[in-house]
Design a protein around this ligand. Sequence first.
Ligand code: ACO
Length: 432
Amino acid sequence: MTNTTAPKTARLTIGDTEIDLPLMHGTEGEVAIDIRNLRAKTGAVTFDPGLGNTGSCESKITFLDGEKGILRYAGYPIEQLAQQSSFVEVMWLLLHQELPSKGQLEQFTHDVTYHTMLHEDLKRLFSSLPKAGHPMAVCAAAVGALSTYYQKVGPSTPEQQWSDAIRLLAKMPTIAAYSYKHSIGQPFMYPRNDIPYAANILHMMFGTPCEKYEPNPVVARALDLLLILHADHEQNCSTSTVRTVGSSGANLFASVSAGISALWGPLHGGANEAVIDMLMAIRDGERTAREFMELAKKKDSGVRLMGFGHRVYKNYDPRALILKQACYDVLGQLGKKDPLLDIALELEQIALNDAYFIDRKLYPNVDFYSGIIYKALGIPTDMFTVFFAIGRMPGWIAQWLEYQRDPAAKITRPRQIYQGSNTREYTPVGAR
Ligand code: ACO
């Protein structure tokens, strides 16, 4: 709702120059200063490393309030979607910002189910890469390579963009599973189009041609929940990367391949893998939880409490709250116990009562508990971030499409504050 009494401009004074900059108001009450004409009118630019104070676009896809710990996809609270929806339905929701009708959902489910196969030639890409290569690198390569199979000449049409979106959503699980099968030297399993999305991922990862494999419905449902929770998170590092690459006119596959690379980093999606490494190091007696926490508070130690802290959440990440409960549910349903959960709970308790973490508003993020569930589901550690990528796929695509359709969108090209040498004369190498 637009607030008609809200101020419309912000006044900025630089020396003798005074300008009024228009204010923008988001539907959830956010206020932004529109600085599009700032440089033209004053010659100055803004400085915001990490872009923590910069809105890079207007979006209708995801809302999050980091202070209150709120996350909604197109207005629907993440808690309701986690409980009642499915990952495929959430895909549609993000892409259209509306829930699908029954007929739309059936058609869409059919579409993302019947484009799951990869071109047979693309399989050779996997075999050409080292078995020990990280699956995120393999997935980035394979997704980028899809553009060679679906190449277009000239600017793409909305119809082409939609069919690329369907292909990517359908083929990402196959790519992910093949990256795993290649790493362990097992034959690739063709997708099964008669079972649901998450169950099919399990089939392609854990099935073999030698034995009948029926995905465990508890595992499949837990996986579906994880995918829902990871599906979008507005302008995070990888999503901004996808939009930035797309802003140059690059195709969807190339843009998303870059997003996968951005997600891989340990400060972003790679944290889920790092959390398990951290918990296992404590379990194996390298140091106690308390010793680890002391180290995490020391800047020069290079150690951080992985899975804690967030650029936007200054409160409990609502996804972490859901996943913490899901840890108990999944372990209980599978009849498993994991000492890593006890260690995670201990670390969390120490952090929530420690001035260092309280003062900096550092709380568990989505990665803190997700690894424990992936582990319980039998997902190998180096595949955790790949599952994050499968989950984030609809978000990346929705954001990429929104950018392509935004009449105000421009190629992303920030400015800098140059701090290097002033002009000087070139000296030939012999005279230096
Ligand atoms: N452990 C210890 N100290 C931390 C942590 C942490 N996990 N996170 C932040 N801090 C400290 C910083 O050292 C800094 O302290 P200072 O004010 O004394 O200098 C302060 O808290 C603010 O941290 P920044 O790094 O400035 O915060 P920023 O918003 O840039 O970074 C980030 C957020 C990258 C997520 C950070 O909290 C972090 O590294 N967390 C661990 C990695 C992680 O879990 N990443 C996943 C994030 S969720 C996602 O991407 C899916």
